[in-house]
Design a protein around this ligand. Structure first.
Ligand code: SF4
Length: 432
């Protein structure tokens, strides 16, 4: 019976694929629902003859830069396998890992701007770290395509809020208009499936891109909680309290995902969980870490004091050394320094360098002119090579990302995808 339901979903996806030329976007978080969705999409495309696979399909996944390490590794591995599968079978599917800009990273907002760690009423993070990167990508692609269909793995059974949100949006031919992106239609192919069916599907066979879902099942096994859906608008439920949230998440009372991973032997999580407790302590106005004037000058709990931001930076760098994980980047550090100079109680422009040097015993330049000179040099090289400066920066960042994780597997494909993206953008710019 359930096999027939899965086949029905694949058939309707196949039908939708062939019905028109609208490109597809597929939200993917690495959790069970979106893994099932992506798997159904791959199967549907595989069932179409190669010469008819002309529709561009983009899998979209966000990385907030503070993702739980084991989950970030798993998701990156899956995206890599999806790319290879697409190349091998000429599926015309690309897999994209989208990150917030450095200016909107978690640490730049907390340690640089002094935002208090987020809570339910001041959840500033989701828009900046999850929704904006997706919207920027979609807008860029829409400039080229004109319109698109966005497939999401949301299910009514997952939460009553989600059921209400989904029921409240008018559907036509199974597609709803996206609330913020007028030329995007949203499809929820697994909307009515219960959780048991999702696991039945995921565990019965390997993924079309290879590998099975037992590791994913193990991740869910230690604590029962919802999946953090890919965020497309603010009406989507909080991504806190999920398997796939940020390790820094202070929106939830308990971070069951991190605790579950620690219980299953991931010792890096112990220190990360402790740091999350530190963030909770710094957020509480009773602990004297916050200004008693709000950002708008009114009385009330305001931003973190500059002294508290300094303490947090020192603790974060110590954590980085202890865990051997890259938790904050040099670009974030430079931006934080810039912000401290403009804070209510500004420092002399050397505060970050002093903390970094003390912590690591290395000299760090806080000379922003150096960063500007680097940017100018990048612009010159980009002109010389006939690509956009942004593209060159993305290529360099990708190489850096691989060298930080001491691996090269997948790098050529990633570089090629960035260059393809550049060509598409240039073509779209010329066509306008
Ligand atoms: S997991 Fe928590 S910290 Fe991360 S974006 Fe969602 S609500 Fe914010």
């Amino acid at each position: 019976m359930t096999a027939a339901i899965f086949q029905d979903i694949k058939d309707s996806l196949r039908h939708l694929y062939l019905e028109d030329e609208r490109p597809w976007l597929v939200g993917f978080s690495g959790g069970k629902d979106s893994t099932m969705l992506a798997s159904l999409v791959f199967d549907a495309v595989l069932s179409i003859p190669a010469e008819q696979r002309t529709k561009p399909v983009s899998v979209l996944c966000t990385d907030t830069r503070v993702e739980i390490p084991a989950i970030a590794d798993m998701v990156e591995g899956t995206l890599d396998r999806m790319r290879k599968c697409s190349q091998q079978h000429e599926l015309n599917i690309d897999a994209n890992l989208l990150k917030p800009t450095v200016e909107e990273s978690f640490w730049v907002n907390i340690i640089g701007r002094g935002y208090p760690p987020p809570n339910r009423t001041f959840r500033w993070c989701t828009q900046r770290m999850k929704i904006d990167p997706v919207n920027v990508f979609v807008q860029q692609r829409l400039g080229h395509w004109g319109k698109a269909i966005l497939h999401l793995g949301a299910r009514r059974a997952e939460s009553s809020t989600r059921a209400q949100t989904m029921a409240g949006r008018e559907a036509r031919n199974g597609l709803r208009r996206h609330p913020d992106l007028p030329r995007v239609w949203v499809s929820n192919p697994i909307e009515f499936l219960p959780t048991e069916d999702v696991w039945a599907y995921l565990l019965q066979k390997p993924n079309p891109w290879g590998g099975d879902n037992r590791p994913l099942y193990k991740l869910y096994a230690s604590a029962s909680s919802g999946e953090c859906p890919i965020q497309i608008d603010t009406s989507t439920p909080s991504c806190g309290n999920s398997r796939f949230g940020c390790w820094t998440c202070t929106v939830v009372d308990r971070d069951k995902a991190s605790e579950g991973l620690l219980a299953s032997g991931d010792e890096r999580m112990e220190k990360l969980i402790e740091f999350r407790e530190t963030l909770l302590f710094y957020r509480d106005p009773a602990n004297g870490k916050r200004d008693n004037r709000r950002m708008n000058g009114n009385d009330g709990p305001g931003p973190l004091l500059i002294s508290a931001r300094r303490e947090l930076l020192a603790k974060l760098l110590a954590l980085q050394e202890e865990t051997h994980l890259q938790l904050i980047s040099p670009e974030e550090l430079l931006l934080i320094q810039q912000m401290w100079k403009a804070a209510r109680d500004p420092d002399d422009g050397r505060g970050v360098a002093r903390i970094v040097n003390k912590q690591r015993g290395v000299i760090m330049s806080t000379d922003l002119n150096e960063l500007n000179r680097l940017r100018e040099l990048q612009e010159e090289v980009a002109v010389e090579k006939g690509i956009r400066a942004d593209t060159l920066r993305r290529l360099l960042a990708k190489v850096e990302e691989y060298s930080e994780s001491h691996r090269a597997h997948g790098l050529p494909d990633d570089l090629l995808n960035i260059l393809k993206d550049d060509l598409e953008n240039q073509a779209a710019g010329t066509a306008k």
